[in-house]
Design a protein around this ligand. Structure first.
Ligand code: KIV
Ligand code: ZN
Length: 514
Protein backbone atom coordinates (compact mmCIF):
# COMPACT_ATOMS: atom_id res chain seq x y z
CA UNK A 1 0.00 0.00 0.00
CA UNK A 2 1.36 3.42 -0.93
CA UNK A 3 2.18 5.60 2.06
CA UNK A 4 0.17 8.78 2.38
CA UNK A 5 2.02 12.03 2.78
CA UNK A 6 1.62 14.27 5.80
CA UNK A 7 2.29 17.89 4.85
CA UNK A 8 4.49 19.85 7.23
CA UNK A 9 3.28 23.42 7.72
CA UNK A 10 5.86 25.44 9.62
CA UNK A 11 4.70 28.42 11.64
CA UNK A 12 7.99 29.28 13.38
CA UNK A 13 7.94 32.69 11.73
CA UNK A 14 4.35 33.46 12.70
CA UNK A 15 3.09 31.58 15.79
CA UNK A 16 6.72 30.97 16.82
CA UNK A 17 7.40 34.68 16.77
CA UNK A 18 4.37 35.15 19.03
CA UNK A 19 6.45 33.62 21.87
CA UNK A 20 6.77 36.26 24.56
CA UNK A 21 10.19 37.89 24.21
CA UNK A 22 10.83 36.76 20.63
CA UNK A 23 11.04 39.09 17.67
CA UNK A 24 12.83 38.40 14.41
CA UNK A 25 14.39 40.98 12.12
CA UNK A 26 13.85 40.78 8.37
CA UNK A 27 17.26 39.21 7.83
CA UNK A 28 16.70 36.69 10.58
CA UNK A 29 13.34 35.72 9.08
CA UNK A 30 14.95 35.26 5.69
CA UNK A 31 17.68 33.09 7.16
CA UNK A 32 15.16 30.89 8.91
CA UNK A 33 12.93 30.69 5.83
CA UNK A 34 15.86 29.58 3.63
CA UNK A 35 16.79 26.94 6.19
CA UNK A 36 13.16 25.74 6.36
CA UNK A 37 13.28 25.35 2.59
CA UNK A 38 16.44 23.24 2.93
CA UNK A 39 14.69 21.21 5.60
CA UNK A 40 11.97 20.54 3.06
CA UNK A 41 8.87 21.86 4.84
CA UNK A 42 5.87 22.01 2.51
CA UNK A 43 4.39 25.28 3.70
CA UNK A 44 5.97 28.25 5.48
CA UNK A 45 3.62 30.54 7.37
CA UNK A 46 5.77 33.61 6.85
CA UNK A 47 3.81 36.12 8.91
CA UNK A 48 0.66 38.12 9.55
CA UNK A 49 1.05 41.09 7.15
CA UNK A 50 -1.75 43.25 8.55
CA UNK A 51 -0.08 43.42 11.96
CA UNK A 52 2.97 45.50 11.01
CA UNK A 53 4.91 46.90 8.06
CA UNK A 54 7.83 44.70 9.17
CA UNK A 55 5.74 41.56 8.88
CA UNK A 56 4.46 42.67 5.47
CA UNK A 57 8.01 43.27 4.22
CA UNK A 58 9.21 39.91 5.54
CA UNK A 59 6.34 38.01 3.91
CA UNK A 60 6.98 39.79 0.60
CA UNK A 61 10.71 39.11 0.68
CA UNK A 62 10.31 35.45 1.65
CA UNK A 63 7.74 35.07 -1.15
CA UNK A 64 10.29 36.38 -3.64
CA UNK A 65 13.27 34.36 -2.41
CA UNK A 66 11.92 31.03 -1.17
CA UNK A 67 10.50 29.32 -4.22
CA UNK A 68 10.29 25.65 -3.30
CA UNK A 69 7.72 25.98 -0.48
CA UNK A 70 4.17 27.24 -0.43
CA UNK A 71 4.28 30.64 1.28
CA UNK A 72 1.34 31.37 3.51
CA UNK A 73 0.17 34.61 5.14
CA UNK A 74 -2.24 34.81 8.06
CA UNK A 75 -5.36 36.96 8.13
CA UNK A 76 -8.33 37.35 10.43
CA UNK A 77 -11.68 36.95 8.67
CA UNK A 78 -11.54 40.66 7.93
CA UNK A 79 -11.36 42.27 4.48
CA UNK A 80 -8.30 44.46 5.25
CA UNK A 81 -6.40 41.48 6.67
CA UNK A 82 -7.12 39.31 3.66
CA UNK A 83 -6.10 42.03 1.23
CA UNK A 84 -2.89 42.59 3.20
CA UNK A 85 -2.19 38.86 3.25
CA UNK A 86 -2.49 38.72 -0.53
CA UNK A 87 -0.32 41.80 -0.91
CA UNK A 88 2.36 39.92 1.06
CA UNK A 89 2.28 36.65 -0.89
CA UNK A 90 1.33 37.77 -4.38
CA UNK A 91 4.82 37.12 -5.76
CA UNK A 92 5.19 33.69 -4.17
CA UNK A 93 5.58 30.68 -6.46
CA UNK A 94 2.75 29.01 -4.51
CA UNK A 95 0.79 31.49 -2.40
CA UNK A 96 -1.68 30.53 0.33
CA UNK A 97 -3.99 32.70 2.46
CA UNK A 98 -4.79 31.35 5.94
CA UNK A 99 -7.84 33.00 7.45
CA UNK A 100 -9.27 32.35 10.91
CA UNK A 101 -12.07 33.28 13.25
CA UNK A 102 -13.00 32.33 16.83
CA UNK A 103 -15.70 29.65 16.94
CA UNK A 104 -16.01 28.60 20.61
CA UNK A 105 -18.92 30.19 22.46
CA UNK A 106 -16.63 31.49 25.18
CA UNK A 107 -14.61 33.44 22.60
CA UNK A 108 -17.53 34.37 20.31
CA UNK A 109 -19.56 35.83 23.18
CA UNK A 110 -16.84 37.38 25.31
CA UNK A 111 -14.23 38.41 22.79
CA UNK A 112 -16.00 38.97 19.49
CA UNK A 113 -19.36 39.83 21.11
CA UNK A 114 -21.17 38.25 18.16
CA UNK A 115 -23.51 35.36 17.51
CA UNK A 116 -22.58 32.03 15.93
CA UNK A 117 -24.55 32.97 12.79
CA UNK A 118 -22.63 36.21 12.42
CA UNK A 119 -19.35 34.32 12.78
CA UNK A 120 -20.39 31.80 10.15
CA UNK A 121 -21.40 34.53 7.71
CA UNK A 122 -18.13 36.41 8.29
CA UNK A 123 -16.09 33.25 7.69
CA UNK A 124 -17.89 32.51 4.42
CA UNK A 125 -17.52 36.07 3.17
CA UNK A 126 -13.81 36.07 4.00
CA UNK A 127 -13.11 32.73 2.33
CA UNK A 128 -14.90 33.94 -0.80
CA UNK A 129 -12.77 37.07 -0.82
CA UNK A 130 -9.53 35.11 -0.27
CA UNK A 131 -10.56 32.78 -3.07
CA UNK A 132 -10.61 35.71 -5.49
CA UNK A 133 -6.88 36.13 -4.83
CA UNK A 134 -5.68 32.53 -4.72
CA UNK A 135 -7.13 29.06 -5.11
CA UNK A 136 -5.10 27.92 -2.08
CA UNK A 137 -7.10 28.97 0.99
CA UNK A 138 -6.80 27.60 4.51
CA UNK A 139 -9.49 28.21 7.11
CA UNK A 140 -9.14 27.82 10.90
CA UNK A 141 -12.10 27.76 13.28
CA UNK A 142 -10.12 29.09 16.24
CA UNK A 143 -10.46 27.34 19.61
CA UNK A 144 -11.99 24.41 17.71
CA UNK A 145 -11.45 21.92 20.52
CA UNK A 146 -13.76 23.98 22.78
CA UNK A 147 -16.27 24.67 19.99
CA UNK A 148 -19.75 23.15 19.98
CA UNK A 149 -19.38 20.09 17.76
CA UNK A 150 -22.49 20.68 15.61
CA UNK A 151 -21.46 24.29 14.98
CA UNK A 152 -17.92 23.12 14.14
CA UNK A 153 -19.32 20.70 11.52
CA UNK A 154 -21.51 23.47 10.05
CA UNK A 155 -18.79 26.08 9.75
CA UNK A 156 -16.31 23.59 8.27
CA UNK A 157 -18.87 22.42 5.71
CA UNK A 158 -19.58 26.03 4.74
CA UNK A 159 -15.85 26.82 4.54
CA UNK A 160 -15.22 23.92 2.16
CA UNK A 161 -18.31 24.74 0.10
CA UNK A 162 -17.04 28.29 -0.44
CA UNK A 163 -13.55 27.26 -1.43
CA UNK A 164 -11.31 26.47 1.56
CA UNK A 165 -8.95 23.70 0.47
CA UNK A 166 -7.28 23.15 3.86
CA UNK A 167 -9.23 23.04 7.11
CA UNK A 168 -7.02 23.58 10.12
CA UNK A 169 -8.68 22.53 13.37
CA UNK A 170 -6.69 24.24 16.11
CA UNK A 171 -6.41 23.31 19.73
CA UNK A 172 -5.70 26.99 20.33
CA UNK A 173 -5.52 26.80 24.13
CA UNK A 174 -3.81 23.40 24.38
CA UNK A 175 -6.81 21.88 26.14
CA UNK A 176 -7.25 18.59 24.30
CA UNK A 177 -6.01 15.17 25.33
CA UNK A 178 -4.89 12.75 22.60
CA UNK A 179 -7.86 10.35 22.62
CA UNK A 180 -10.43 13.12 22.31
CA UNK A 181 -8.31 15.10 19.83
CA UNK A 182 -8.08 12.07 17.56
CA UNK A 183 -11.82 11.44 17.93
CA UNK A 184 -12.58 15.05 16.99
CA UNK A 185 -10.78 14.61 13.66
CA UNK A 186 -12.54 11.32 13.00
CA UNK A 187 -15.93 12.87 13.84
CA UNK A 188 -15.33 15.85 11.56
CA UNK A 189 -14.23 13.67 8.64
CA UNK A 190 -17.19 11.31 9.13
CA UNK A 191 -19.85 13.99 9.70
CA UNK A 192 -18.97 16.86 7.40
CA UNK A 193 -20.56 15.87 4.06
CA UNK A 194 -17.92 17.50 1.83
CA UNK A 195 -14.92 16.54 4.03
CA UNK A 196 -13.33 14.65 1.12
CA UNK A 197 -12.77 17.96 -0.70
CA UNK A 198 -10.27 19.37 1.81
CA UNK A 199 -7.05 18.46 3.56
CA UNK A 200 -7.46 18.41 7.36
CA UNK A 201 -4.76 19.98 9.49
CA UNK A 202 -3.98 20.07 13.19
CA UNK A 203 -2.46 22.94 15.13
CA UNK A 204 -1.87 21.83 18.69
CA UNK A 205 -0.62 24.10 21.45
CA UNK A 206 1.44 22.65 24.25
CA UNK A 207 -0.22 24.02 27.41
CA UNK A 208 -0.54 20.51 28.86
CA UNK A 209 2.66 19.21 27.26
CA UNK A 210 0.52 17.13 24.88
CA UNK A 211 0.99 18.95 21.58
CA UNK A 212 2.99 16.24 19.80
CA UNK A 213 0.80 13.44 21.17
CA UNK A 214 -2.30 15.33 20.01
CA UNK A 215 -0.78 15.91 16.58
CA UNK A 216 -0.06 12.19 16.18
CA UNK A 217 -3.60 11.31 17.30
CA UNK A 218 -4.91 13.71 14.65
CA UNK A 219 -2.77 12.06 11.97
CA UNK A 220 -3.96 8.62 13.05
CA UNK A 221 -7.50 9.88 12.53
CA UNK A 222 -7.11 11.43 9.10
CA UNK A 223 -5.25 14.75 9.45
CA UNK A 224 -2.76 15.12 6.59
CA UNK A 225 -1.20 18.43 7.52
CA UNK A 226 0.52 19.18 10.82
CA UNK A 227 1.31 22.73 11.89
CA UNK A 228 4.58 22.92 13.76
CA UNK A 229 7.30 25.27 14.97
CA UNK A 230 10.99 24.51 15.27
CA UNK A 231 11.94 23.68 18.90
CA UNK A 232 8.21 23.96 19.68
CA UNK A 233 8.39 27.72 20.15
CA UNK A 234 5.13 29.68 20.06
CA UNK A 235 2.41 31.38 22.04
CA UNK A 236 2.54 30.51 25.82
CA UNK A 237 3.88 26.94 26.17
CA UNK A 238 4.42 26.81 22.44
CA UNK A 239 3.38 24.87 19.39
CA UNK A 240 3.81 21.30 18.29
CA UNK A 241 7.57 20.79 17.94
CA UNK A 242 8.55 20.14 14.31
CA UNK A 243 11.39 17.79 15.25
CA UNK A 244 9.21 15.67 17.52
CA UNK A 245 6.40 15.09 15.06
CA UNK A 246 8.67 14.56 12.07
CA UNK A 247 10.84 12.04 13.91
CA UNK A 248 7.86 10.28 15.48
CA UNK A 249 6.33 9.88 12.01
CA UNK A 250 9.64 8.63 10.63
CA UNK A 251 10.56 6.35 13.52
CA UNK A 252 7.07 4.79 13.67
CA UNK A 253 6.32 4.94 9.93
CA UNK A 254 5.49 1.25 9.74
CA UNK A 255 2.89 1.63 12.48
CA UNK A 256 1.38 4.91 11.26
CA UNK A 257 1.45 4.22 7.52
CA UNK A 258 2.23 7.82 6.59
CA UNK A 259 5.39 9.76 5.87
CA UNK A 260 6.72 13.28 5.36
CA UNK A 261 9.22 14.56 2.82
CA UNK A 262 11.39 16.34 5.38
CA UNK A 263 15.18 16.07 4.96
CA UNK A 264 15.73 14.98 8.53
CA UNK A 265 19.50 15.55 8.34
CA UNK A 266 18.73 19.28 8.41
CA UNK A 267 16.76 19.09 11.67
CA UNK A 268 19.60 19.73 14.07
CA UNK A 269 21.02 22.60 12.04
CA UNK A 270 17.54 24.17 11.85
CA UNK A 271 17.01 23.77 15.58
CA UNK A 272 20.37 25.39 16.35
CA UNK A 273 19.65 28.29 14.01
CA UNK A 274 16.25 28.99 15.59
CA UNK A 275 17.69 28.64 19.09
CA UNK A 276 20.40 31.15 18.28
CA UNK A 277 18.17 33.65 16.49
CA UNK A 278 15.18 33.44 18.84
CA UNK A 279 17.30 33.53 21.98
CA UNK A 280 15.10 30.79 23.43
CA UNK A 281 17.40 28.06 24.76
CA UNK A 282 16.46 24.47 24.04
CA UNK A 283 16.09 22.57 27.31
CA UNK A 284 18.75 19.88 27.81
CA UNK A 285 16.26 17.03 27.92
CA UNK A 286 14.19 18.27 24.96
CA UNK A 287 13.28 15.34 22.70
CA UNK A 288 15.37 14.97 19.50
CA UNK A 289 17.35 18.23 19.66
CA UNK A 290 18.14 18.66 23.37
CA UNK A 291 21.78 18.46 24.41
CA UNK A 292 21.13 15.30 26.40
CA UNK A 293 19.04 13.53 23.74
CA UNK A 294 21.88 11.22 22.73
CA UNK A 295 24.05 11.34 25.86
CA UNK A 296 24.09 8.23 27.98
CA UNK A 297 24.96 8.34 31.69
CA UNK A 298 24.03 4.91 33.01
CA UNK A 299 26.75 2.26 32.95
CA UNK A 300 24.26 -0.39 31.83
CA UNK A 301 23.15 1.76 28.92
CA UNK A 302 26.71 2.69 27.97
CA UNK A 303 27.66 -0.97 27.90
CA UNK A 304 24.70 -1.71 25.60
CA UNK A 305 25.54 1.20 23.30
CA UNK A 306 29.14 0.04 22.91
CA UNK A 307 27.91 -3.41 21.91
CA UNK A 308 25.18 -2.14 19.58
CA UNK A 309 23.95 1.45 19.39
CA UNK A 310 20.36 0.41 18.80
CA UNK A 311 20.16 -1.25 22.23
CA UNK A 312 19.49 2.15 23.79
CA UNK A 313 18.85 4.54 20.91
CA UNK A 314 15.73 4.56 18.74
CA UNK A 315 17.15 7.22 16.43
CA UNK A 316 20.64 7.42 14.96
CA UNK A 317 21.74 11.01 15.74
CA UNK A 318 23.28 11.15 12.25
CA UNK A 319 19.72 10.89 10.89
CA UNK A 320 18.95 14.34 12.26
CA UNK A 321 22.33 15.74 11.31
CA UNK A 322 24.42 15.23 14.45
CA UNK A 323 27.48 13.28 13.34
CA UNK A 324 28.94 11.25 16.20
CA UNK A 325 26.09 12.47 18.36
CA UNK A 326 26.00 9.43 20.60
CA UNK A 327 27.98 10.32 23.69
CA UNK A 328 28.88 8.23 26.68
CA UNK A 329 29.19 10.62 29.58
CA UNK A 330 31.77 9.43 32.06
CA UNK A 331 30.58 9.60 35.65
CA UNK A 332 29.95 7.43 38.67
CA UNK A 333 27.44 5.26 36.79
CA UNK A 334 29.79 4.45 33.95
CA UNK A 335 31.01 0.91 33.52
CA UNK A 336 34.45 -0.45 32.62
CA UNK A 337 33.63 -0.78 28.91
CA UNK A 338 32.80 2.88 28.49
CA UNK A 339 35.88 3.82 30.50
CA UNK A 340 38.16 1.61 28.40
CA UNK A 341 36.71 3.00 25.18
CA UNK A 342 37.39 6.55 26.33
CA UNK A 343 40.94 5.72 27.43
CA UNK A 344 41.59 4.35 23.94
CA UNK A 345 40.20 7.56 22.41
CA UNK A 346 42.68 9.48 24.50
CA UNK A 347 45.40 7.49 22.78
CA UNK A 348 46.51 5.17 25.63
CA UNK A 349 47.14 1.46 25.41
CA UNK A 350 46.85 -0.04 28.90
CA UNK A 351 47.44 -3.61 29.99
CA UNK A 352 44.44 -5.43 31.45
CA UNK A 353 45.81 -4.96 34.95
CA UNK A 354 46.55 -1.25 34.45
CA UNK A 355 43.09 -0.72 33.03
CA UNK A 356 41.44 -2.46 36.00
CA UNK A 357 43.34 -0.32 38.50
CA UNK A 358 42.74 2.89 36.55
CA UNK A 359 39.04 2.06 36.48
CA UNK A 360 39.03 1.61 40.26
CA UNK A 361 40.64 5.05 40.69
CA UNK A 362 38.18 6.53 38.24
CA UNK A 363 35.18 5.15 40.20
CA UNK A 364 36.56 6.57 43.44
CA UNK A 365 37.04 9.98 41.86
CA UNK A 366 33.61 9.88 40.19
CA UNK A 367 32.00 9.48 43.60
CA UNK A 368 33.49 12.79 44.63
CA UNK A 369 33.41 14.72 41.37
CA UNK A 370 30.35 15.20 39.18
CA UNK A 371 32.09 16.00 35.92
CA UNK A 372 35.15 13.96 35.06
CA UNK A 373 37.13 15.40 32.22
CA UNK A 374 40.06 14.20 30.17
CA UNK A 375 42.61 15.84 32.46
CA UNK A 376 41.29 13.78 35.39
CA UNK A 377 41.56 10.58 33.38
CA UNK A 378 45.03 11.44 32.19
CA UNK A 379 46.12 12.09 35.78
CA UNK A 380 44.80 8.66 36.81
CA UNK A 381 46.57 6.95 33.91
CA UNK A 382 49.83 8.79 34.64
CA UNK A 383 49.67 7.63 38.25
CA UNK A 384 48.99 4.02 37.33
CA UNK A 385 51.31 3.69 34.35
CA UNK A 386 53.78 6.54 34.48
CA UNK A 387 52.59 7.24 30.94
CA UNK A 388 52.36 11.02 30.93
CA UNK A 389 50.75 12.75 27.99
CA UNK A 390 53.41 15.05 26.66
CA UNK A 391 52.29 16.74 23.49
CA UNK A 392 54.38 16.61 20.34
CA UNK A 393 53.03 19.95 19.12
CA UNK A 394 51.89 22.95 21.13
CA UNK A 395 50.06 26.00 19.85
CA UNK A 396 52.23 29.08 19.94
CA UNK A 397 50.20 31.57 17.91
CA UNK A 398 46.78 31.71 16.26
CA UNK A 399 45.30 34.36 14.04
CA UNK A 400 41.91 33.83 12.46
CA UNK A 401 40.03 36.19 10.17
CA UNK A 402 36.44 35.55 9.12
CA UNK A 403 33.23 37.43 8.49
CA UNK A 404 30.11 37.60 6.38
CA UNK A 405 31.95 38.77 3.28
CA UNK A 406 35.36 37.23 3.91
CA UNK A 407 36.81 33.79 3.32
CA UNK A 408 37.83 32.35 6.69
CA UNK A 409 41.62 32.29 7.01
CA UNK A 410 43.73 30.86 9.83
CA UNK A 411 47.41 31.40 10.50
CA UNK A 412 48.88 28.96 13.02
CA UNK A 413 52.30 28.60 14.56
CA UNK A 414 53.09 25.32 16.29
CA UNK A 415 56.19 24.36 18.28
CA UNK A 416 57.46 20.80 18.08
CA UNK A 417 58.73 19.12 21.26
CA UNK A 418 62.21 19.14 19.68
CA UNK A 419 62.05 22.95 19.45
CA UNK A 420 61.27 23.32 15.76
CA UNK A 421 58.79 26.11 14.97
CA UNK A 422 56.47 25.83 11.98
CA UNK A 423 53.95 28.36 10.67
CA UNK A 424 51.32 27.90 8.00
CA UNK A 425 48.10 29.51 6.87
CA UNK A 426 45.00 28.14 5.20
CA UNK A 427 41.52 29.13 4.14
CA UNK A 428 38.51 27.03 4.95
CA UNK A 429 34.80 26.67 5.05
CA UNK A 430 34.52 28.74 8.25
CA UNK A 431 37.16 29.49 10.91
CA UNK A 432 37.25 26.00 12.44
CA UNK A 433 37.79 24.36 9.08
CA UNK A 434 40.56 26.88 8.31
CA UNK A 435 42.28 26.06 11.62
CA UNK A 436 42.12 22.32 10.97
CA UNK A 437 43.49 22.70 7.45
CA UNK A 438 46.38 24.90 8.67
CA UNK A 439 47.27 22.44 11.46
CA UNK A 440 47.10 19.53 9.03
CA UNK A 441 49.50 21.27 6.68
CA UNK A 442 51.99 21.75 9.50
CA UNK A 443 51.84 18.19 10.80
CA UNK A 444 51.53 16.57 7.37
CA UNK A 445 48.48 14.48 8.15
CA UNK A 446 44.84 14.68 7.25
CA UNK A 447 42.59 13.13 9.92
CA UNK A 448 38.81 13.47 9.48
CA UNK A 449 37.09 15.79 11.93
CA UNK A 450 34.18 13.64 13.10
CA UNK A 451 32.90 15.57 16.09
CA UNK A 452 32.95 19.14 17.35
CA UNK A 453 31.06 20.58 20.28
CA UNK A 454 31.24 23.75 22.33
CA UNK A 455 29.95 24.15 25.83
CA UNK A 456 30.14 27.20 28.04
CA UNK A 457 31.54 26.27 31.42
CA UNK A 458 31.05 29.65 33.07
CA UNK A 459 28.35 32.28 32.65
CA UNK A 460 28.61 35.91 31.59
CA UNK A 461 30.44 37.98 29.06
CA UNK A 462 33.82 36.50 30.02
CA UNK A 463 32.45 32.94 29.96
CA UNK A 464 34.90 30.13 29.32
CA UNK A 465 34.02 27.84 26.46
CA UNK A 466 35.07 24.23 26.42
CA UNK A 467 35.55 22.66 23.01
CA UNK A 468 35.67 18.93 22.45
CA UNK A 469 36.81 17.63 19.07
CA UNK A 470 36.99 14.12 17.75
CA UNK A 471 39.14 13.06 14.83
CA UNK A 472 39.43 9.79 12.97
CA UNK A 473 42.77 8.42 11.78
CA UNK A 474 43.15 6.42 8.54
CA UNK A 475 42.71 3.18 10.48
CA UNK A 476 39.35 4.39 11.83
CA UNK A 477 40.59 4.95 15.38
CA UNK A 478 38.95 7.92 17.07
CA UNK A 479 40.94 10.40 19.18
CA UNK A 480 39.52 13.23 21.21
CA UNK A 481 40.89 16.54 22.39
CA UNK A 482 39.48 19.07 24.78
CA UNK A 483 40.43 22.66 25.64
CA UNK A 484 38.91 25.66 27.37
CA UNK A 485 39.40 29.35 26.73
CA UNK A 486 37.37 32.56 26.87
CA UNK A 487 37.80 32.58 23.08
CA UNK A 488 36.19 29.50 21.54
CA UNK A 489 38.29 29.83 18.39
CA UNK A 490 41.46 29.51 20.46
CA UNK A 491 39.88 26.66 22.44
CA UNK A 492 39.03 24.97 19.13
CA UNK A 493 42.59 25.19 17.84
CA UNK A 494 44.02 23.84 21.11
CA UNK A 495 41.47 21.01 21.28
CA UNK A 496 42.20 20.03 17.69
CA UNK A 497 45.96 20.05 18.26
CA UNK A 498 45.48 17.93 21.41
CA UNK A 499 43.54 15.32 19.44
CA UNK A 500 46.19 15.40 16.70
CA UNK A 501 48.92 14.89 19.32
CA UNK A 502 47.14 11.81 20.60
CA UNK A 503 46.89 10.42 17.12
CA UNK A 504 50.60 11.06 16.43
CA UNK A 505 51.64 9.53 19.78
CA UNK A 506 49.65 6.40 19.02
CA UNK A 507 51.26 6.17 15.58
CA UNK A 508 54.69 6.39 17.26
CA UNK A 509 53.77 3.70 19.80
CA UNK A 510 52.66 1.43 16.98
CA UNK A 511 55.94 1.95 15.12
CA UNK A 512 57.90 1.15 18.30
CA UNK A 513 55.97 -2.04 19.00
CA UNK A 514 55.95 -3.33 15.41
O1 KIV B 1 -3.67 28.80 17.88
C1 KIV B 1 -4.42 29.17 16.96
O2 KIV B 1 -5.60 28.93 16.94
C2 KIV B 1 -3.79 29.92 15.88
C3 KIV B 1 -4.65 30.22 14.71
C4 KIV B 1 -4.36 31.53 14.11
C5 KIV B 1 -4.58 29.08 13.74
O3 KIV B 1 -2.61 30.19 15.92
ZN1 ZN C 1 -1.55 28.95 17.43
Amino acid sequence: MEKQKVFIFDTTLRDGEQSAGVSFTLNQKLKIAHQLQKLGVDIIEAGFPRTSPGDMEAVKQISKEVRDCTICALARCIKGDIEAAYEGIREAANPRIHTFINTSDIQIENQLKKTREEVLAQAVESIRLAKRFTSNVEFSPMDATRTDREFLFRIIEAAIKHGATTINVPDSVGYAIPSEHGRMFRDIIENVPNADKAVFSCHAHNDLGLASANALAAVENGARQVEVAVNGIGERAGNTAMEEVVMALKTREAQLGVSTTIHTKEIYRTSQLVERISGMPVQWNKAIVGKNSFRHGSGIHQDGIIKKRETWEIIDPAEIGIPNGTQLVLGKLSGSHAFAKHVAELGYQLTEDQMARAFEDFKKLADKKKQIDDRDIEAIIAQRTGDVFSPIWTVEHIHVASGTHAIATATIRLIHSDGEIRTDAATGDGPIDAICVAVNRIIGADPALTGYSVQNVTEGIDAQGTVVVRIKDEDDIIYSGQASDTDVIIASAKAYVTAVNRMLLMRLKKIKTS
